[in-house]
Design a protein around this ligand. Structure first.
Ligand code: ACM
Length: 618
């Protein structure tokens, strides 16, 4: 009898452990994005209240700063003043311990939440910061608010989490050259990246249509180069008649860099060379191969022919510019552009043709390599920087010490990997967030391709064909937001979110840990966080997506999908509005000329979701 009792107890203990270790994590209770490596659910919760104390391992000022910033955030939304103390006082119950452990990776952390104690362990502040980000996501979404919230129980559900990223480079790029974005928005954007454990903000600071960073030695860069008289768009469209411009002072830059430092986001500045340099040439024509010609800051988009001349004046200028930037941007990586540089002016220029002969170069592409090589050497030797360039830096040879940012698909990345060069993936079809995410025919004009949330999520930077011994050269991935069609920060928010959040999970998780259904379930909680942060995100998540081959007029296969969990799609083909009585979508449709498909999501209780989406095929 005693024997049987004992066995029953063992069985019950086993069952409890098995159930609590179940890998399907309750999305509403936990809902962490990006998904951690492992989450063990536990019963109970830790409540943060006025008696809670933050205990920080002594001797690390970065750990103290993280704890104090977290305490300040709690105070802002709850009014509670949390004490931050040194050491590991075992006597105090209700503590959050910020523990420094040996032997963990730079961005790794563990989190243990029990009813009496939370322990965040990390070897480095980066990991500790991510532990705090996870706690914030476990708290009610009001933790992200800007005002004091009332009636909130500040509870963290109990759990055990082990976590570390798959990729060390998890970035987003924003083009502020086409349209200037205010520094307050840049900080908001960085904050949103940090919240999802993204660690790079690639700041595309110079473009044909605007130079955006103050350089004291060359004041005309911002007096002249930061302003265009109007915007004409692509292919000589009529201008809007509105002057556009703006730039960041060096003080602004310092402020943003410090803001990012506290959030473990590295800011990589990009100075475009030798192409996309018309604004600089408008300010200083001597940087072109034809200084006697007249230049102005272009008003229209597209690839411009006036590019830096590879001569002594240009190199001195660029070295001066980077020397000023070294004082502003501590990033170990600097981006030097390198993309879309037409060689027309170099072909026209007697100086460039002589230079080719001197260098023994056969083509102008080799002149570009010479250019990149010089800048790479300067940045490495004088600034201790590693250079990143768009994938054209491989076109006329290669500069082996540089890092290739592969954007024209995967082929350039493969080329770089074959040379054992480090690479960052941002293939446009999956990573350019200036592409449409809702119905391209009805959305505000954007860049031409269609990139819904699921396609972003389904991406993975290591394709199956990459041999294992090359994986270490893939540093990670980033999303890019080009702004030809994005005139202001509200529009950036709409284009960037929620797709940037999907990207954060792709870059953080091992492939085996990605799960689209789980991601969508967690997004329901995530949207509440974004609401608290007043992010003007796209609501496409609530609408039916029409997936088909957009090169076909009458697609053989039309697949309808809806990201919102626990919902069904109802649709009609007779032109009537979809209702709760309309047929439920089950499998792909084939369309013919004149077909009109109208579709909308409904909850399983019959409540409509989002807005109707429809299309007439003709
Ligand atoms: C690029 O899209 N030209 C980098």
């Amino acid at each position: 009898m005693i024997y049987l009792m004992k066995n029953r107890q063992i069985f019950v203990v086993w069952l409890v452990v098995a159930l609590t270790q179940c890998t399907v994590v309750n999305a509403q209770r936990y809902g962490i994005i990006p998904q951690p490596q492992s989450v063990v659910e536990k019963e109970g919760e830790f409540r943060i209240d006025g008696k809670t104390v933050f205990l920080v391992s002594a001797g690390d000022s970065s750990f103290v700063e993280i704890a104090e910033n977290f305490a300040a955030q709690i105070k802002a939304v709850s009014g509670m003043k949390i004490r931050v103390k040194d050491g590991e006082d075992k006597q105090i119950s209700k503590t959050v311990v910020f523990a420094k452990k040996n032997g963990m990776g730079q961005e790794e952390y563990t989190l243990q939440v029990d009813p009496q104690k939370i322990i965040i362990s990390a070897s480095y502040p980066n990991g500790l910061f991510y532990g705090v980000q996870t706690i914030c996501q476990l708290l009610p979404s009001e933790i992200y608010g800007t005002k004091q919230a009332t009636g909130i129980k500040w509870v963290v559900p109990c759990c055990e989490i082990k976590d570390a990223p798959k990729f060390s480079y998890r970035g987003m790029m924003l083009d502020v050259g086409r349209y200037f974005m205010p520094k307050e928005f840049i900080m908001k954007f960085i904050d949103l990246l940090a919240m999802h454990k993204q660690n790079v903000f690639h700041w595309h600071l110079t473009e044909d249509q605007g130079w955006r960073v103050e350089i004291k030695k060359y004041p005309k860069l911002t007096e002249v180069g930061a302003w265009r008289k109007e915007t004409t768009g692509y292919q000589g469209a009529a201008g809007d008649g509105k002057p556009h411009g703006g730039f960041y002072t060096q003080e602004d830059i310092r402020e943003v860099v410090e803001y990012a430092r506290q959030r473990y986001v590295t800011i990589i500045p990009e100075i475009e060379l030798p192409g996309h340099s018309s604004a600089a040439i408008a300010a200083y024509p001597e940087l072109s191969c034809f200084p006697e010609r007249k230049y102005e800051v272009p008003t229209g988009w597209g690839i411009k022919k006036d590019v830096f001349c590879p001569n002594a004046k240009t190199f001195t200028f660029l070295e001066d510019v980077f020397t000023e930037l070294f004082d502003l941007f501590p990033s170990p990586y600097y981006h030097i552009g390198g993309d879309e540089c037409p060689k027309d002016r170099w072909k026209e220029s007697a100086y460039c043709q002589d230079l080719k002969k001197v260098l023994g170069a056969q083509t102008e592409d080799e002149l570009q390599i010479f250019f990149v090589q010089r800048m790479d050497k300067f940045l490495r030797e004088k600034g201790g920087k590693k250079v990143i360039g768009w994938d054209e830096i491989l076109d006329g040879g290669a500069v082996p010490s540089s890092i290739v940012m592969s954007y024209r698909g995967h082929a350039p990345a493969i080329k770089a990997l074959n040379r054992d060069m480090y690479t960052i993936l941002t293939p446009n079809r999956w990573c350019y967030l200036d592409y449409y995410q809702e119905d391209p025919e009805k959305e505000v004009k954007s860049q031409g391709l269609f990139l819904p949330l699921k396609k972003v999520y389904d991406y993975y930077p290591i394709s199956d064909t990459v041999p294992a011994n090359k994986h270490k050269f893939i540093l990670g991935m980033q999303g890019c937001i080009w702004t030809e069609f994005i005139q202001n920060s509200q529009r950036v928010e709409y284009m960037a979110f929620p797709r940037t959040i999907a990207m954060s999970e792709v870059a953080w998780c091992d492939k085996s840990n990605k799960n689209w259904t789980g991601f969508c379930e967690r997004m329901v909680k995530e949207f509440k966080r974004l609401d608290q942060k007043e992010v003007g995100y796209s609501k496409a998540f609530y609408n039916v997506v029409f997936n088909f081959d957009r090169t076909e007029k009458f697609p053989k296969e039309l697949i309808l999908s809806l990201d919102m969990p626990e919902s069904v799609i109802r649709y009609t083909t007779d032109g009537s509005a979809p209702t709760v009585q309309s047929q439920v979508y089950k499998e792909s449709l084939t369309v013919k000329e004149g077909d009109c498909i109208r579709a909308q999501g409904f909850t399983t209780q019959g409540k409509s979701i989002g807005v109707e989406v429809n299309k007439i095929f003709k």
